[in-house]
Design a protein around this ligand. Structure first.
Ligand code: ZN
Length: 192
């Protein structure tokens, strides 16, 4: 699995120009069919259908599915929707009001919050390193009231830092950036 940009046409161009590299060995990837379509839920009743590209490495021969940057591994909701829940929790809101606001089952939202909360220190550390690495003049976020809040603040801080370094990235939401920086695995058991 490899996280790529949200623009499918651009990804196709990069693939045919052999510009996408295998995460295992660095050799170019070639197109190799398509994975099963996935339906992702956005805000309100919006639904996004993605048909992830399947690729094969010209070097080691391993296949990699390209996941657009708005999709987290094994999650049926857009990264922005999950991120909105995480940010709301960090600002002190409870799971029920968050679930009502986003129109999602309480158990689903609780699952996101639990997984993220369980790795809050890891997320904080990872994204603080990213913030310091990429920031032009990085300012680590002030401590929040909770470890959960610290982790969310680090994600936002890293996205501000990335925007200061690469102005194009500034158009990307913090949660897409977090998705890209974790290879889509922000809430997956296999990360980091
Ligand atoms: Zn390879």
């Amino acid at each position: 699995m490899l996280t790529v940009g949200a623009n499918a046409e651009k990804v196709e161009r990069q693939l045919s120009a052999r510009e996408l590299a295998c995460p295992d060995c660095g050799a170019p990837l070639k197109p190799w069919g398509w994975a099963r379509p996935r339906t992702l839920r956005g805000g309100a009743a919006a639904v996004v259908v993605v048909r992830p590209r399947r690729t094969r490495c010209l070097g080691c021969g391993v296949s990699h599915v390209l996941l657009p940057v708005f999709a987290l591994v094994r999650r049926a909701d857009l990264a922005e929707v999950i991120g909105a829940a995480l940010a709301a929790k960090a600002s002190g809101r409870g799971v029920r009001p968050i679930a009502v606001e986003l129109g999602r089952p309480v158990e689903t939202v609780r699952g996101w919050l639990r997984r993220f909360g369980g790795r809050a220190e890891l997320v904080r550390a990872r994204f603080t390193v990213l913030l310091v690495d990429v920031g032009v003049d990085p300012v680590p976020p002030a401590p929040a009231a909770t470890a959960f809040g610290d982790a969310v603040a680090a994600v936002f801080g890293a996205s501000v830092a990335a925007a200061s370094r690469w102005p194009d990235v500034g158009k990307v939401s913090p949660w897409r950036m977090a998705c890209a920086a974790s290879g889509g695995r922000l809430l997956a058991p296999s990360w980091p």
